[in-house]
Design a binder for this molecule. Structure first.
Ligand SMILES: NC(=O)c1ccc[n+]([C@@H]2O[C@H](COP(=O)([O-])OP(=O)(O)OC[C@H]3O[C@@H](n4cnc5c(N)ncnc54)[C@H](O)[C@@H]3O)[C@@H](O)[C@H]2O)c1
Length: 257
């Protein structure tokens, strides 16, 4: 499987190096595209094939492209990638908070025989939520608690900085709250996912507590994530979840969600 990578930051760099180091034996890294010259220089020094031009990037062919850049980048590049028939692993899942864009992307993927993957990212339990959904509608709450630094703030006391729906959370906190959108996608009803974001100087992990309730019962999941050293806004688990989904799509024996 040949993978192209858009964005050689915390997640893209980690995935590229993991593949180079044979963590995913069925993959090879094709081109890496980034707009930041420093990042490209680093990637090139590490032996990767790089480009600063999206047009150049599109000239190669890939079994899958990892979007690990930004929500804005996902919005710009996803249609062209799908038009080329490339499946895409979208880390910036918040991009699907726009239902029109989501529908268009799904249609393009279907028309061109491609798939769109949204990983569980910094959370866990999407498999359970998708299963619970078969028994009827769900009510889901997500409480995200992060150190102010991870939120680009300087609070000295605990502050609730957001309370509202998943769609609004993904739009207002595009770099922090892709998880809200992943939950909304899994439940298929963003309006049923309520989000609360807390800036808390006492914590040093990115903590997400998810409670899902439906006709089959109640599920509570708490994930306490170590921030990625290269980018504290990103949880280490998010980068690992990209590896998990890449591995899963090549497996014969598929376990869990
Ligand atoms: N799904 C999740 O749970 C989850 C968790 C963490 C991060 N994310 C998202 O994944 C994405 C990547 O995260 P990261 O921590 O690796 O970010 P990062 O800032 O460390 O790296 C992003 C890289 O993309 C490059 N880039 C940005 N815009 C670009 C563009 N338009 N074209 C090409 N390259 C571009 C940057 O130069 C940078 O090298 C972000 O959107 C982030 O919000 C999702």
């Amino acid at each position: 499987m040949k993978i192209g990578i858009i964005g050689f930051g915390a997640i893209g760099g980690f995935v590229a190096r993991s593949i180079r180091d044979n963590v995913l034996r069925k993959y090879e890294v094709g081109k890496i595209f980034d707009l930041d010259r420093e990042k490209l220089k680093r990637a090139e020094e590490e032996g990767f094939n790089v480009t600063s031009s999206f047009e150049e990037f599109l000239k190669d062919s890939y079994d899958i492209v990892l979007e690990s850049a930004s929500q804005r980048a996902a919005r710009i590049y996803l249609p062209d990638l799908l038009n080329h028939g490339f499946s895409v692993l979208v880390m910036s899942g918040g991009v699907f908070s726009d239902p029109v864009f989501k529908k268009e992307a799904e249609k393009l993927a279907e028309d061109h025989g491609a798939k769109i993957y949204v990983p569980s990212g910094a959370i866990s339990g999407l498999d359970g939520i998708e299963a619970m959904k078969f028994a009827g509608e769900l009510k889901v709450t997500l409480e995200t608690r992060k150190n102010p630094k991870s939120l680009g703030r300087a609070d000295t006391q605990e502050v609730v900085i957001f309370e509202g729906g998943a769609r609004e959370a993904a739009e207002k906190f595009p770099k922090n709250i892709n998880v809200a959108m992943a939950l909304a996608l899994a439940t298929e009803h963003p309006e049923n996912v309520r989000v609360r974001i807390i800036s808390d100087p006492k914590v040093h992990t990115n903590t997400h507590t998810i409670v899902a309730e439906g006709n089959s019962g109640k599920m509570t999941i708490k994930v306490e994530n170590v921030p990625f050293p290269e980018n504290p806004k990103t949880s280490f688990l998010a980068a690992l979840s990209a590896l998990q989904i890449l591995k899963k799509i090549t497996q014969t024996l598929v376990i869990g969600g």
